[in-house]
Design a binder for this molecule. Sequence first.
Ligand SMILES: Cc1cc2nc3c(=O)[nH]c(=O)nc-3n(C[C@H](O)[C@H](O)[C@H](O)COP(=O)(O)OP(=O)(O)OC[C@H]3O[C@@H](n4cnc5c(N)ncnc54)[C@H](O)[C@@H]3O)c2cc1C
Length: 461
Amino acid sequence: MSTERPLPRIDGSVRRVVVVGASLAGLRAAEALRDSGFDGRLTLVGEEPEFPYDRPPLSKQVLLGEAAAHDAGLPACRPVDAEWRLGVRAAGVDPLHRQVLLADGGRLPYDRLLIATGTRARPWPVAEEAALDGVLTLRTAQDAAGLAARLDAEPRRVLVIGAGFTGSEIASACRERGLDVTVVERGPAPLVGALGGVLGTFAAEVQRAHGVDLRCGVTVTALEGSGGRLSGARLSDGSRVTADVAVVCLGAVRNTEWLDGSGLAAGPRGVACDAGCRAFDMYGIVTDDVFVAGDVARFPHPLFGYQMLSLEHWGNAVAQAEVAAHNMVSPGPRRRPHLTVPAFWSAQFGLNIKSVGVPTYSDRVVIAQGSPEEGRMVAVYGYRGRVTAAVAVNRAKWLEHYLRMIETAAPFPPPPDAADRRGDPVPVPSDVPDPRLLSHGPTVALTGHHPDRHITVVRAD
Ligand SMILES: Cc1cc2nc3c(=O)[nH]c(=O)nc-3n(C[C@H](O)[C@H](O)[C@H](O)COP(=O)(O)OP(=O)(O)OC[C@H]3O[C@@H](n4cnc5c(N)ncnc54)[C@H](O)[C@@H]3O)c2cc1C
């Protein structure tokens, strides 16, 4: 009979947990900590004054006037026994003394720290132009309330700069409200940064069919104003767009600046951590008391060549926060890896777009079911002969099937097993952006090395 004592479920030495970032990942981690039986001191620090709320409705129901921005509650949100420090920014971390430094001068000691500071909207790069009345971004409930009010005022034209998911959803809401909208996209098509060329071409056709004035392959070179108000924009092809509202949708900036000088591996692509959500220090040594979850994290995933992934996915923030919470208070051998297959959804122009896997981790794509002409299809992505992602357009029920293929690294192209498969479709290049290039577009960034060439990425500012 073994004389060894069983491993405790919870590491009793952890008495103080601080979570920085009081949004989806922070809240879910706090709930999971309490669910796990952690009964020590739990503090959440959040820069926004509000209790956590849900962001996806901000570019959908809120802009359509179906919900108020400040009513966008999180599903299953319940009271958590925690100390909430809202409206306060964390300004730094002292890892040696295990303290979070607050912008108001306070200090919060911790045994475990969770970094869940997410991202913010990338602002228009020219400050005087960004300050024009009518130039907006969309990330927070306050942003959404402001944009919804502008749309209520029926502007003559809305200019959307950038046709990623957020820009495309805003354009869709404008058209649904009957507003004229011009979308300017630097790439060859909308959504191309996240989904590649085939679905990008389809998205362009859909937008134009819905009356969007879509300009691809051009950039906005200047926003113009008169009397402090936006009047329009100049484009790189020499043309000019008149607009009273411009929404800057140039992607997200990771909230990592507050970690400057902390010695953690934090930078423009996020805070690097291992598959157990433990942060790396700047030398690549894993810490044992600082954890990361949500949009601010970049983490390795075995299904995608151990590339460091940065995701801006609701589902990832939830799943990663749960693993981080578990690991923060569990003894080493009880810790779990965060291996969830990434999943994302978007609603725009009457389409329900759902993705599993990492479409940007691909070299080829095939329309495995349906077709662009029908407006319903499943595009399956492959990398070096195995399935790495699938995107369903109005065809979500099939995604489970492809999820299993991704999880088991099934051969690409997938076998003809769907009733609505047309003939024997030929895979084509997926035309995803070169992952070595920093992009404004994708909501999934591969931030490690190039899948083909194993080149280390060094960011040049
Ligand atoms: C308009 C919009 C639509 C979206 N639609 C979808 C969708 O359809 N499907 C989908 O899968 N995902 C969608 N997303 C993405 C999804 O909302 C995010 O993945 C999710 O919010 C990430 O949660 P998070 O907690 O990691 O980060 P965030 O939600 O970004 O929260 C981070 C929090 O940390 C705070 N913070 C930052 N720095 C500090 C600091 N120094 N001190 C204290 N607090 C700080 C921030 O103020 C913020 O409240 C959408 C996002 C937006 C903005």
